[in-house]
Design a protein around this ligand. Structure first.
Ligand code: UQ1
Length: 429
């Protein structure tokens, strides 16, 4: 009886299902692509693999950390987000065999495909910092991180109850999603401290692994003025490696002198999590040496496997990892892949690396950074977006979430390039 049962289970688990298109990941990129293909393919032709039953609007985490949104209003059941015309395989992928065109799930079953889109995102790894998780769990009044669905819930409460001392905000030594966020939460914290009359009893430091405050010169210059005006200490090339919560000490490695450590005392520590690609991806032959999917940057097609594409945070696209980058690249991916599926060679615009980072610099203020692969500004509005503006803040806080839920993940938002062209056409006579 027992062995019959086991044979049956094994039969089930080794059963191979086939779909014309398989998408790994139902985050922003996976859903944007699925929604577009769901209009062309039938439910039995397209499958999306994702275990999570909740979809989180992660760009909202900085605002939640500052009490400007509640974490709950950033979440929706995944069942409401996945297009009805798409088969949802609620599991995690744990292996990809692009030579054999299949994906293996956690339970061992295999899903084969004609075409694959990898949209698995990037993994937050607070565990990479010694003592960080223990500190977040056991000392929540001193150590916080909004880079996590679990820990974001505690950030505002802690910032709002802070009564002064040393406040340190970190930026790690790995690629991360939304590289502007670690400083956005700092500027909002600065405003919270001012509102609560504790700013004059507080020193704020931004300890970043990067050599500069921001990678694009135009916005870096504006941000340098802002940190100066806010009296924030910028410490570059420092990477948080350990938190000793009992002693309230954060230990940083000086990246210019590897192996040399510097200890900072803190009363409040905001940790931006180091991030890595998922292991199943990093160990597959789709990955580059760093574990990210190795794509042609203009087309999002894999460099070796022509039936494989990738989008978003899991790729090695040399641009900042944001929802805005997905907005600008998803239609390019879908048009290139459709050409391949249909044996056509219709012209498709090349992805220019467009990405955007609405750098919230305080309550009611925001710099709207937009730029391309070369770090050249690519601004939508016919105004200087490096200036702090209320309009940019409203766009970030109220417009973007609607754009995301109602258009981007539904496959109908291809980024603001059309508006940029329209505005700039209007400006040139
Ligand atoms: C964007 O398209 C987008 O996706 C919905 C975001 O993610 C939340 C953004 O933050 C930004 C800035 C854009 C770009 C859109 C405009 C209108 C500038």
């Amino acid at each position: 009886m027992n062995s019959v049962y086991h044979i049956f289970v094994r039969r089930l688990s080794t059963q191979q299902k086939h779909y014309k298109l398989v998408i790994i990941g139902a985050g922003c990129g996976g859903l944007a692509c699925a929604s577009k293909f769901a209009k062309k393919l039938s439910k039995d032709q397209i499958a999306i693999i994702d275990k999570n039953d909740t979809h989180v609007y992660q760009p909202g985490w900085t605002l939640a950390g500052a009490g400007l949104k509640t974490p709950d209003e950033l979440e929706k059941p995944q069942s409401q987000c996945i297009p009805t015309n798409t088969t949802w395989i609620q599991s995690n992928a744990n292996q990809i065999e692009p030579e054999k065109n299949f994906v293996q799930l956690e339970n061992g079953s295999k899903i084969s495909y004609d075409y694959l889109i990898v949209a698995s995102g990037i993994q937050t790894r607070l565990d990479k910092i010694k003592g960080a998780i223990e500190a977040l769990d056991n000392h929540p009044q001193h150590v916080v991180s909004m880079y996590s669905r679990k820990y974001v819930r505690n950030v505002y409460n802690t910032l709002n109850h802070f009564r002064g001392g040393q406040a340190i905000f970190t930026f790690p030594s790995t690629p991360i999603k939304c590289p502007g966020a670690p400083q956005k939460i700092m500027y909002l914290a600065d405003d919270i401290f001012r509102r609560n009359n504790v700013r004059d009893k507080t020193t704020i430091s931004y300890n970043t692994a990067l050599p500069v405050i921001f990678g694009v010169k135009k916005y870096a210059a504006a941000l340098m003025e802002i940190v100066k005006a806010k009296n924030i200490q910028l410490n570059t090339r420092l990477n948080l490696v350990e938190v000793c919560a009992d002693k309230k000490e954060a230990i940083f490695e000086n990246l210019d002198q590897p192996g040399t450590m510097k200890t900072f005392k803190y009363d409040l520590l905001h940790i931006a999590a180091p991030m890595t690609p998922y292991e199943f991806l990093a160990k597959s032959s789709l990955a580059d040496a760093n574990g990210f999917v190795d794509v042609i940057k203009e087309t999002l097609q894999h460099k070796k496997f022509s039936n494989v594409f990738a989008i978003g945070d899991c790729t090695n696209l040399p641009t900042s990892k944001t929802a805005a980058a997905i907005a600008a690249s998803n239609s390019i991916l879908v048009r290139n892949l459709t050409n391949i599926m249909e044996g056509k060679s219709d012209a498709v615009p090349k992805y220019d690396g467009y990405t955007s980072c609405p750098l919230v610099t305080g309550f009611n203020k925001c710099i709207l950074a937009e730029f391309d692969f070369d770090g050249q500004p690519l601004e939508t509005l016919p105004i200087n977006q490096a200036k702090e503006r209320f309009l940019s803040y409203i766009m970030k806080k109220d417009m973007m979430p609607n754009l995301y839920w109602n258009m981007l993940i539904r496959g109908t938002w291809n980024g603001p390039a059309v508006f940029r062209k329209l505005f700039h056409l209007g400006m040139s006579k």
